[in-house]
Design a protein around this ligand. Structure first.
Ligand SMILES: Nc1ncnc2c1ncn2[C@@H]1O[C@H](COP(=O)(O)OP(=O)(O)O)[C@@H](O)[C@H]1O
Ligand SMILES: N[C@@H](CC(=O)OP(=O)(O)O)C(=O)O
Length: 521
């Protein structure tokens, strides 16, 4: 936990009923609540600058009756900058590290934010110390000429450690009692799989319950006061090594839903820069519409297939809650509403109701298609058996190769003697396999199959009502036919709500735009 000092305490004690920022009244939210009532998660886009942090503080105070725990990501593009800085440090002399462009950008952004938010001296010093430590770590990377997954996790952790300290300092300075927490200090524990740790539920839930306190004694406030905890998203602590781990890119959403589960909170609000989960990526189709309600399955599917709006695993705690409830009551909650939901809202447009995601089923009678997702930069392999017909065990051998090489596959289409697959698109660090790895993969099929690798493919995923698949298929292929686009692979499981179509990357956006017109105009 960072020092829980109340910086502008003179102001705060003057206004212990609420606070005043530039004459604008802000209330300390959820004062009367004995327990936390919400989790709010703000992503990088919502805390990208001092201005944005002020807006986030207003949102935290806007819903006065709610007592939220706040989970924050790193400011803006800080995580990307940290990764690039690490990669550059490996190739740089240690004396050059301090001048690396991404490091300079990180420093400038955080120092500017400290100034613009007029953060108190003590918090400022903590932030400056962290920036110094970051520089030292990069020098270490440069000296060792090595950036291991373990050091990469320590490196990227600075993003969230910096943003949460600044934001908690700002809240205190405007009179909102607030305490910063590093997830790894709180006891959010993961496997030691660096860059992609899995949460250890039992341990982490116990620790969160023990360590996340509703009240604290802060300097500048007379008594124990209800506080707003500000928790680093994305980070954890490896159970064996004790080192900092991360939950995979975009993992702050998962931190938020997990804390919601641990504290039995009924709503986790994920604040984004869009009006909710949209019918498709608004960057490709500006006329995309918010979806009022989705099931966990729908949300998980669209996250997994590339919609960056939510982390693919962030829905897991909702399913876990459903499972716990079923064990507790002996009832089947498959078709019933569970009192634990995620709401995606727009921090730039607080009037918009957002999208609600909950476990269990929803009435699909009026729904043909929920949303469409585009995932570009996909590698596809066509694998054809060298022996024709009747070769039992062919698929087992093919998947044995993937197992040996530890490569996951996503979309699969098979016949008896051939199989086409796309390689794992959810690779959390978005690292494409390099040339060497791809040729090693091709060579691994020698004697078993001929292999053709096709790069630069796009997967279009149509998340739809599986009871109406035929109509979705017919209309989708009519649109593609009219565009003269050839689907190179199609996959549609019998019970699944996803129709996946692989096309050449160059036509992906155009297909999505026309398909959106067809289904949502
Ligand atoms: N189906 C979708 N619905 C909403 N946003 C989407 C969708 N697909 C892609 N996006 C993109 O996801 C972005 C939000 O995700 P992200 O930038 O990771 O948020 P944050 O950093 O705030 O957590 C949006 O700005 C939008 O462009
Ligand atoms: N900062 C981390 C974790 C995260 O969740 O970020 P965001 O909420 O901005 O997607 C990342 O960029 O991956």
């Amino acid at each position: 936990m960072a020092m829980a000092h109340a910086s502008a305490s003179s102001e705060a004690t003057k206004h212990d009923e609420g606070v005043v920022e530039g004459g604008h009244p802000l209330l300390c939210p959820g004062k009367a609540q004995e327990r936390f009532t919400k989790v709010y998660k703000f992503g990088g886009s919502s805390v990208a600058s001092a201005e944005r942090m002020k807006q986030v503080a207003k949102i935290v105070c806007l819903f006065e009756e709610e007592a939220p725990i706040v989970v924050l990501s790193a400011m803006g593009k800080t995580t990307n900058n940290l990764i690039i800085a690490g990669e550059l440090a490996v190739e740089s002399k240690s004396s050059e590290v301090k001048d690396l462009q991404p490091l300079r950008e990180i420093k400038e952004l955080h120092e500017r934010t400290l100034d613009e938010l007029q953060i108190d001296e003590e918090t400022r010093q903590e932030v400056m110390d962290l920036l110094e430590e970051l520089g030292q770590l990069l020098i270490g990377v440069s000296l060792l000429k090595d950036l291991t997954p373990r050091s990469l996790d320590s490196l990227v952790s600075f993003g969230e450690r910096l943003s949460t300290r600044i934001f908690a300092g700002y809240l205190r300075s405007v009179g909102v009692p607030s305490v910063q927490h590093d997830a790894f200090e709180l006891g959010i524990t993961t496997t030691d799989q660096f860059t992609n740790g899995d949460l250890l539920y039992k341990e982490s839930i116990d620790n969160i319950r023990k360590n996340l306190k509703r009240t604290a004694k802060l300097e500048g406030w007379d008594n124990l006061v209800p506080i707003i905890p500000i928790v680093t998203g994305f980070l954890g602590q490896g159970s064996k090594t004790g080192a900092i781990t991360t939950l995979g890119r975009g993992g702050s959403d998962l931190t938020a839903t997990f804390i919601g589960l641990a504290l039995d909170i009924d709503e986790v609000v994920v604040w984004k820069d869009v009006d909710g989960v949209m019918t498709t990526d608004p960057r490709v189709v500006p006329s995309a519409l918010p979806i009022p309600m989705l099931t966990v399955d729908e949300a998980a599917e669209l996250a997994y297939f590339g919609a960056t709006v939510l982390h693919p695993q962030s829905m897991q705690p909702l399913l876990e809650k459903q499972r716990m409830k079923e064990i507790e009551t002996g009832q089947d909650f498959d078709k019933e509403y569970i009192d634990f939901k995620v709401r995606v809202r727009n921090s730039y447009n607080t009037e918009a109701p957002g999208s609600i995601i909950c476990a269990g089923a929803r009435d699909m009678s009026d729904t043909l298609l929920t949303s469409m997702v585009l995932k570009s930069g996909v590698n596809m392999l066509d694998i054809v058996s060298t022996r024709m017909l009747g070769q039992y065990g062919f698929l087992a051998k093919v998947f044995g190769v993937f197992e040996d090489l530890q490569i996951s596959v996503d979309v699969v289409a098979t016949s008896e003697v051939s199989v086409s697959v796309t390689l794992d698109i959810s690779k959390i660090w978005a690292r494409d396999l390099d040339e060497d790895e791809l040729s090693k993969l091709e060579n691994s099929f020698d004697g078993l199959a001929t292999v053709k690798l096709r790069t630069n493919r796009t997967i279009i995923s149509m998340i739809h009502n599986s009871d109406q698949s035929s109509e979705v298929l017919a209309r989708t292929f009519r649109v593609l036919g009219n565009l003269g686009v050839n689907a190179e692979m199609i996959s549609k499981g019998a019970f699944k709500n996803n129709l996946a179509i692989i096309v050449e990357e160059s036509v992906g956006d155009r297909c999505l735009q026309e398909l959106h017109k067809e289904f949502f105009s």
